[in-house]
Design a binder for this molecule. Sequence first.
Ligand code: AMP
Length: 114
Amino acid sequence: MKNCVFCKIVSGEITSEFVYEDDRVVAFYDRAPLTPIHILIIPRLHIPTFNDLQIEHKELAGHLLLVSQEIARQNYLQDKGYRLVMNCGRDAGQEVNHLHFHLLGGQPLGELVR
Ligand code: AMP
């Protein structure tokens, strides 16, 4: 999708170091981390918001969740705990209209949300 910053990261137009990638999903560090570990996990496919998920995305949605779990494990967060956040729309403060999870961890999170 033209003008989508995350599509540009997926295509390589914007350089980013992937901490995970496969044929459907990529993950990279948030440029403005809120916690010691703050990773964004996104589908390669441009899906603007959670509202736009359709039944044909069912496998992709499940894959995103399992990849998020795996990235948490790779970062040794599974025992300490972490938060997986997805903002949807204006009131949630969604800035980038390309579906993504925030994986937040590495410190007690308390009331912190993103
Ligand atoms: P959200 O408010 O849920 O849409 O979150 C979007 C996140 O994307 C924010 O935490 C931004 O810091 C992050 N972000 C925006 N542009 C980039 C980029 N080029 N590389 C890494 N993270 C980005």
